[in-house]
Design a protein around this ligand. Sequence first.
Ligand code: ZN
Length: 292
Amino acid sequence: MKTEKSGQVLRLVMVLVGILLLSRIANCHGSFRDSNASQPGTPAVTTSNLAMDPDDNQKNPLNHDIRLDPINCELPPISLDSPGQLQFVNATVTCLRGAWLRALRDAHAFKPSLTTTDQEVTVYTVDTTRKSCGENTTAPTDAPLYCGGRQKILWPSKYAEFQNLRGQRLHGDMLFSVMHEYGHHVQFMTGVQAQADRMFGLWNEESSLGQQIHRRIELQAQCLAGVAMAAAVQGGTVGREEAEDVVDAQQYVIEEPIHGSRAANLHWSRAGYDSGSAAACNTWAADPADVQ
Ligand SMILES: [Zn+2]
């Protein structure tokens, strides 16, 4: 009796040790641990769940071969004052809107909850040094900003001055910047942003993993800007040489943790521009080394 009981206890201990070992092996396989993010109670962070929810990713039609019809827009000349810039940015948004909405509608790529009001985006000019998407977000920066969930593009009134570019360089730069911000709007309309927000619910935005998620968002927007730029060349809105210049200039961005390296910015902008397809912009399935 005594021996049988000891045997049962031994078997139980062995089963428990086995479970413990298996869970350790499972954790080690392909894991990408982030010291800031791994707090007790938070799920294990792995490269596989980092690539978004694989199921959602497969179902996400933005990763499919979506191409824009050639974009042919008459854009006003850029004047450096705030109303002049606003006019140019609004005209570009209107132009992009037509091409993207048509392509996304044809590809059935809108997230199911999207209303026609949600499809709209409004541009505001704001003072350069301080701007806000809402009560909780205030970022001192001179760069344009897309306010996710509020469908707003905030455009710094002194952007053109800040960029210190003139003529064709300024035209191309502003065009690409609007295309990038509209790329964020595309992420919003297709549900990519909502998926990223869910990931931020699991992992701290400030952690190195959170910053990597940010980079996947930003680099995808760069790539979508490249897709739009290719369509603008096809439609004659912008000359090929000017477009190539601005795409190549993405290697001179200021490197920071949430926007990525110069090499990554060039790589993803080129991927969108060279292919002309949103399918080339799936930063979510990319190796972490490609979104540095
Ligand atoms: Zn951005």
